[in-house]
Design a protein around this ligand. Structure first.
Ligand SMILES: *Cc1c(COP(=O)(O)O)cnc(C)c1O
Length: 228
């Protein structure tokens, strides 16, 4: 198990097995390959194995890869922190933004989404781990933010995303993901069908709790050389 093709196949197997154990339909949990720090060649290798959804954290790095891979039929997901003066390329060049955590960002994305493209799919990132994480809306403020974002014309609010603090064991992993699922259910808004949760180390727990996207980097591409 050392090539991207082998690791991707192993990751898909984990996902299918988790779906089956959780009593979920095959393919109901989608796989986003997180390519941060990896060059376009690595992404192209995963693409050659049928991978179509790719996630990126850093805008400049993502735009360079999009330019290199512009002939491929890739669905681009932005999953990193968003600076409010850098929303335009996000609105123009991504199909999904998972990391919206304040209204100002959402308003800018809606204003800047080109008229000839469908509404931008967005998730609200929720800070489920309290002080352990700086990103994400506080659970207490989620409802108000969700109602405001759902009303923006050029966005399609799809659901919630979270990056829980690393947990000791399966039960603790599940508890954090269950919190996000319950937050989604508690919103009581129509059309929310997305839970973006689970990474290399905890995707099984996330699938168990209803993840519809898992975002996996290390298990597909290998250990990152620089921390990210
Ligand atoms: C890096 C990253 C991932 C993937 O993490 P791995 O542990 O490498 O699978 C998923 N989501 C976000 C937001 C990330 O920054």
């Amino acid at each position: 198990m050392n090539g991207i093709a082998e690791r991707l196949a192993a990751t898909r197997l984990r996902l299918r097995l988790a779906e089956r154990q959780a009593g979920r339909a095959q393919g109901s949990a989608g796989l986003i390959a997180v390519g941060k720090t990896w060059g376009p060649d690595a992404l192209a290798q995963a693409y050659a194995q049928g991978q179509r959804d790719f996630g990126e954290n850093y805008l400049q790095e993502a735009l360079a890869k999009q330019d290199e891979l512009k002939d491929l039929d890739i669905v681009w997901h932005f999953i990193g922190p968003i600076q409010s003066n850098k929303t335009k390329p996000l609105a123009e060049r991504f199909q999904w933004v998972h990391s919206v955590d304040r209204l100002k960002i959402a308003q800018r994305l809606s204003e800047q989404r080109p008229a000839d493209l469908p509404p931008l799919n967005v998730c609200l990132q929720v800070n489920v781990s309290g002080e352990a994480s700086k990103s994400g809306v506080a659970p207490a403020e989620l409802g108000a933010l969700a109602r405001s974002v759902a009303a923006l014309p050029r966005l399609k609010l799809r659901g919630l995303m979270a990056i829980p603090a690393p947990a000791e064991d399966f039960a603790a992993q599940r508890m954090a993901f269950r919190g996000l699922r319950e937050a989604l259910e508690g919103l009581g808004l129509d059309g929310l069908d997305t839970l973006s949760m689970g990474m290399s180390d905890d995707l099984e727990a996330a699938v168990w709790e209803g993840a519809t996207w898992v975002r996996v980097g290390t298990a597909i591409f290998g250990q990152r050389a620089r921390s990210a």
